[in-house]
Design a protein around this ligand. Sequence first.
Ligand SMILES: Nc1nc2c(ncn2[C@@H]2O[C@H](COP(=O)(O)OP(=O)(O)OP(=O)(O)O)[C@@H](O)[C@H]2O)c(=O)[nH]1
Length: 727
Amino acid sequence: MNLKILKLENLLRCHAVFRQLHSLGQRRMLAQWSHVFSSAYPVWTAQPCVWPWQTDLVIGAALSQYRLLVTKKEGRSQKPPLSSTKSKKEVEVWIGMTVQELARAMEKDVDCVFEALMNTDIDIDSLEAHSHLDEVWIKEVIKKTRMKLKWSKLKQDKVRENKDAVRRPQADPALLIPRSPVVTIMGHVDHGKTTLLDKLRKTQVAAMEAGGITQHIGAFLVSLPSGERITFLDTPGHAAFSAMRARGAQVTDIVILVVAADDGVMKQTVESIQHARDAQVPIVLAINKCDKAEADPEKVKKELLAYDVVCEDYGGDVQAVHISAVTGDNLMALAEATIALAEMLELKADPTGPVEGTVIESFTDKGRGPVTTAIIQRGTLRKGSILVAGKSWAKVRLMFDENGKPIQEAYPSMPVGIVGWRDLPSAGDEILEVESEPRARAVVDWRKYEQEQEKNKEDLKIIEEKRKEHQEAHQKAREKYGTLHWKERSFLKYQEKKEQKLLKPKEKEERDSPVLPIIIKGDVDGSVEAIVNIMNTYDASHECELQLVHFGVGDVSENDVNLAETFHGVIYGFNVNAGNVIQQSAAKKGVKIRLHKIIYRLIEDVQEELSFRLPCTVEENPIGEASILATFTVTEGKKKVPVAGCRVQKGQLEKQKKFKLIRNRDVIWKGSLTSLKHHKDDISVIKSGMDCGLSLSEEKIEFKVGDEIICYEEKEVPGKTSWDPGF
Ligand SMILES: Nc1nc2c(ncn2[C@@H]2O[C@H](COP(=O)(O)OP(=O)(O)OP(=O)(O)O)[C@@H](O)[C@H]2O)c(=O)[nH]1
C-alpha cells in the first residue's frame, strides 16, 4: 500500500517537485522529493492531504530507470563513499518499515537506501520505495551509512496504574481465633457421598427446626451437641475440588474419603487420595455401607495401605469410622473424628478487618439476581459491605444461611448466601472486601482491562505469526526471478515496468478506479502499529486503492470525522470510543465510524468495505442448452433469414433471455433471439427434449449443424477484494 501522508504546507512544494521530476526525469529531483518527506513518521496536522496516485507511478518509473542505469554502470567504484557523516546520527527504525520510511528516518533520499543494499543478497531489482525491509536489511543500511540504529515502537504504550485488590498480609497471631473446619467429601462413584451429605444435612435440619426446607447453596453447617461446628462443601466429587484448586482457592481443611465396605478401593478412591495429597489436605476415612452383609471394612483398610493411607489400627494416623449413610449409623462418630482432626490442625482465622473469602457456587435467582455462596475466610461479612470477586462487585443487600434464613453476620468458615452482585462471579473466585463502590468499580475495570490486554497480546501474537507466514509466501512468489542472472532480472523488471508505464496517469484517472481512504484510531500504539502493519500488506491497489489518511492513539475526534468527510473515508477504531456528539456529527456528514475490539474483525471490516467499493461482476447463469440439428433459411419479405432447427438438451430456452452460440467450444456470438417457434407457432419458452426453430438478432451469422445454443441470464455478483491479509 502506498502511504501518502503529507503536511499541507508541503503540498505545493511537492507538486512543483513532481512536475519537474515528471518533465526532467532527473535523479537530482529525487533528492528534493526525499527532502520534502523528511520526518521519521507521517506527521499529521489539521489539514493533511493524500497524494494523487500518479506521483508514485512517476517516482517508481523514474527510480526504476535510474536504478537500472546505476546497476548497469560498471564504474560505481568512482562514487564517493555511501555516507560522509562522521558523527554517528541516530536513526529510529522499526521492523517492517519501507525503503521510503527508512530513507525518511535517515533524512536521506531513497537512493541512499538502494545503494546501501547494492551487492548484498537482497533482490535489489524487486525493491521499490514502498517495499518492506526485513530487520537484517535495515541493520545493513544503517551500518553501511555509518549511522546509529535505535529500535522504536511507534511510541511507548501508556502504563495504566494497577488498581487491583489483593489479600491482606498474614494476620497478627494475636488476632486469630479458632474456626470450624471446612470439609469436602470425596470417593468413588456410588460409594455413598450424596447419601452421606443428605443424611448429615437432614440431621442438621431436624436438629434445628422440624420440616425446615434446606436450600442447596453449595455448603452447609453441621452443629454437634458439643457446640462444635463443621462446614461441609455440598459438592461431592473431586471435580469441584480440583476446579477450586485450579483457581488457586484452597478452601478445604479436611477430606472425608468415602469407601464402600462392600466394594473396596476403586479407581476414583485412588484419585481422591491423590487430590487430597496434592492439596496437602488430611483425610478421615468413612467406610460406608457397613449395614450390608457383605461389608468388609478390614479389607478396605488393608487395600488402602497400598496407597499410603495407613489407618490407626495399622499404626498410622488416619482415623477410620465404620458408617452407614443410609441408616445414619455412626455419623456422629464421623463428625467427632473430623473435629478431633481439626483440633490437631489448630484451624484459626482473623475475624476482624476487610472480608476475604471464596465463591463456592453462583447462580442467578429470578427475584434476587446474581447470588453466590461463599465461605468466609477472614473478617466478618455484614450487610452493606462492598465486595469484589472476579470481574464482578457487590454491595451486600442480603445474606442467608443454608436454610434460607437471613443472617446479619458471617464469620470465618461460615457458608453464606450473598445477594447484591452486579454480575455473576464464578465458583473459585476470590472474594475481597473493599472500602467503597468507586474502589470496587476501579478494581473490576482494572481486571477487565487486564484481561483485554492479555487477549490483545494473544491476538497480536497470532496476527504477527500470520503476517510472517504471509510475507514468506509473498517472498516465495517473488522468487520467480531467483534463478536468473541479475542482468536478466533487471531486464525482466524493466519490461514489466514499461508495461505498467503504458497506462498513462490520465487514462488511469479516467478509469475512475475505486479508492478507500481510511483513518485508524487505537487505544495504544502497539495496536495501531499492528493494524498499520497489516494495512501495509495490502496488495490489491489494482482493484481499489487503500489510502491511510491518518492514524493515531485515542478516541475518535471531531478532527478525524472532518478528515473522513474531506476524503470520503471511513474511520476504524480499535478499543476506542466515539462519543455521542462525534457519532451525531459523523452521521450528519455521512462518515462511517467502525469500532472494534478484535483486530481481525476490524481487518475483516476493512476487507468488506474494500469489496463494497468494487464494481459488481456479471456472472452468467445458464438456463438451457440446445443443439443445432439442421439449418435452413426462411424468406421474410425481401430478407432471407437463417434459421436453426434445434433440440433442447437441458433446461429450457426462454425467448426473452440472453443467448450465445458455441462452435467448437468457442463463443462466436452473444445476443438475443428474433424468433422462437415450435412447428409454426411463436412461443416464448421451449422445454428440454423438444424441437424448435430459432433465428438470431444478428442475421449474418451462419449456423452449422453441431453448434450449440445456450440460453442464459446475467447475474450481478458483488465485488470481492483479492487482498488476503494472511488470516
Ligand atoms: N446399603 C447401603 N446403601 C447405601 C449406603 N450409602 C449409599 N447407599 C446406596 O448406594 C447408592 C449410591 O449412593 P450415592 O449416595 O448416590 O453415591 P454417590 O457416591 O453419591 O454416587 P455418585 O453421586 O454417582 O458419585 C444408592 O443407591 C444409595 O442408596 C449405605 O450406607 N448402605
